[in-house]
Design a protein around this ligand. Structure first.
Ligand SMILES: [Zn+2]
Length: 601
């Protein structure tokens, strides 16, 4: 901590105080020298430390109590005087430090002697549980942390495969910062092309997933290929055969172990080196080939030889990157309920781009993106796509953007106007559960509205747009039951339910020199409308809305005041009574004068 901060954060006073209190609280506490502190505990810079005698801490061992650099705004740490073997005790790091709190823990600050007493008490409890073996299960709760402790290769294995409880062969691609595994070469190629376009690493069938019947505890963590094959043999003969066909002499092989713990699948990875470290020139010396011609060693004999050779293995962490797993963290079981839903989005502009990303992230896996426009530099100020996409069709750019997150999604881009595509393919929208129209073009919206109400094979349509300056936004859901978009407009297409009137000089801006019109608003102002559109779509798709509905987001008053906007007569009472910065929901009733609904009734 730098000098100014020491004074402001009260370190000097706190340090003096605790230095006098510790020998009283733990008689016989021996202060550690600066050298001892530096050499002993490596996890963080320390400003003071003591060795507390075992009898004063009610533990089977002396404990080291030390104050981190940020004390008293961080908890004191506790460590064992001698570091244990890796994986000997749960909640103890390689340098002997106890892991007692998470970074999100709440505590009274600044810390003092009471905090020190607390962490010492906790550490002695954890030590006792560790020595008696009663907290062995904790090794499984944080299995991948213990598995990778002290391993030299910090790269992770990324598993794209979606059912990791079946033993199977996998394909592998090695990247600079990760190793990617997939069920087959085609799946891996698709994944790489989506997430890392332009990279084309070699794809090899050099990996295997082994489903184990029992969890792996640190005592059976493999240290070499002998241990590896012992562990793999617990998965049965089929697993051993798979392993034998994966481990090629003179090459790296990747193994993912899976087992169940607390009804969840735990995945642990490993790289075996069956002689890859032996340079090509002396490859013939590789013990695996002794007595055999290269590549002609029978599987079981090869496995035995690999086991006997005790080649090194490196344990690696595994992260599942299939969309099921990624969505489970965010949308939970909810993602499953929309996994078969298909949505077409018309308009991939600022609002459309945001909505498309949100739709993908809530778990809508089948998307058709329609927009004939090209992304320009003028767009990137509020579009979700970056400058790298300038010159591309927005629909193509959005497709690539979604697939870079979720390569296993089914996304189609139609980089032309929907009317054009629809003329060529009349059943363009059949098979979709909803159309979300976000282009805010009256002619297009009016036609979609009529088609949705009267056309065959047309799903419901949700229209979304923002008012001038994005002071308010609308989501109009047109369902078979209830009114339609034209029930809310006059015959010229003027929306009759806008919240604000903006004086003409503030309405629409014109670009210098090129004459293009644009609406000034920021992505932040439009974001609530994008979120409302997507939540509304979800409600309609999951049956929570069954009657046409008009939702309106009304933004902040100071924003509308800034452009001299006035509230329309229709909204005056609502805003007086219920206020700004909220969503209003109103049913849309069929209007007899509506040219669409009037004709139906
Ligand atoms: Zn109508």
């Amino acid at each position: 901590m730098h000098d100014a901060a020491v004074d402001i954060l009260g370190q000097k006073i706190a340090l003096e105080r605790i230095k006098t209190e510790i020998p009283v609280r733990w008689p016989g506490a021996r202060p550690l020298s600066v050298e001892e502190l530096k050499s002993r505990v490596k996890s963080s810079p320390l400003i003071a430390g003591w060795r507390l005698p075992a009898e004063t801490v009610d533990a089977d061992s002396d404990l080291i109590l030390a104050l981190p650099d940020l004390y008293p705004n961080a908890l004191p740490i506790v460590a064992l005087p001698e570091p244990p073997e890796a994986g000997e005790l749960p909640h103890v790091e390689l340098d002997g430090t106890f892991c007692l709190t998470t970074s999100s823990a709440l505590m009274e600050l600044p810390a003092d002697i009471r905090h020190a007493e607390h962490v010492v008490r906790e550490a002695s409890k954890v030590l006792a549980q560790g020595l008696s073996g009663e907290n062995q299960e904790d090794f499984l709760d944080e299995a991948s942390t213990y598995w990778t402790l002290g391993q030299p290769d910090k790269r992770e294995i990324w598993l794209t495969s979606s059912c990791p409880r079946t033993s199977k062969l996998l394909h592998v691609a090695i990247l600079k910062h990760a190793v990617v595994l997939a069920d087959n070469a085609a799946q891996l190629e698709t994944w790489l092309a989506s997430v890392y376009p332009g990279l084309s690493p070699r794809i090899k069938p050099a990996a295997v997933l082994l489903s184990l019947p029992e969890p792996i505890y640190p005592r059976s963590y493999p240290k070499h290929t002998g241990d590896l094959i012992t562990l793999a043999s617990t998965a049965g003969d089929k697993a051993l055969n798979l392993l034998a066909s994966t481990l090629k002499p003179g090459a790296y092989g990747y193994i993912v172990f899976s087992f169940e713990h607390n009804k969840q699948t735990v995945l642990l990875g490993l790289r075996s080196d069956t002689g890859a470290h032996i340079s090509i020139g002396v490859k013939s010396r590789c013990p695996l080939w002794r007595g055999y011609r290269k590549g002609r060693v029978p599987g079981t004999i090869l496995l035995q030889q690999i086991a006997n050779a005790k080649f090194p293995v490196v344990r690696m962490g595994v992260t599942r990157v299939d969309s099921d797993s990624l969505l489970h963290r965010t949308a939970g079981s909810h993602a499953q309920s929309v996994s078969n839903i298909s949505v077409a989005v018309i308009g991939c502009g600022a609002l459309g781009g945001m909505a498309i990303q949100l739709l993908a992230q809530i778990g809508i896996r089948r998307l058709t993106l329609v927009d004939g426009d090209v992304l320009t530099w003028q767009n990137v100020g509020r579009h979700v796509l970056s400058g790298q996409n300038v010159g591309k069709k927005k629909a193509d750019g959005m497709k690539a953007d979604i697939l870079a997150r979720f390569p296993d999604y089914d996304v189609e881009a139609i980089p032309e106007r929907w009317e054009q595509a629809w003329k060529e393919t009349p059943d363009l929208f059949s098979g979709h559960d909803m159309i979300i129209a976000l282009s805010a073009e009256w002619l297009s919206d009016s036609m979609l509205n009529t088609l949705s109400k009267q056309g065959p094979d047309m799903p419901p349509v949700l229209f979304g747009w923002v008012e001038a300056h994005a002071l308010a936004g609308h989501a109009v859901t047109v369902l078979p039951e209830g009114g339609c978009l034209r029930c809310l407009t006059d015959k010229f297409g003027e929306f009759q339910h806008s919240v604000f009137d903006v004086p003409p000089e503030h309405r629409i801006q014109r670009e210098a020199a090129c004459g293009a019109f644009y609406q000034p608003f920021t992505a932040a102002s439009a974001a609530p409308t994008a979120a409302m559109v997507v939540k509304t779509a979800l409600d309609a798709l999951t049956g929570r809305i069954t009657h046409s509905e008009h939702r309106t987001w009304v933004g902040a008053k100071d924003q509308s005041d800034m452009v001299d906007a006035s509230i329309t007569a229709r909204w005056f009472q609502d805003l007086q009574t219920h206020g700004y910065e909220r969503v209003y929901k109103k049913p849309i009733h069929e209007q007899t004068e509506c040219p669409v609904c009037g004709r139906l009734s």
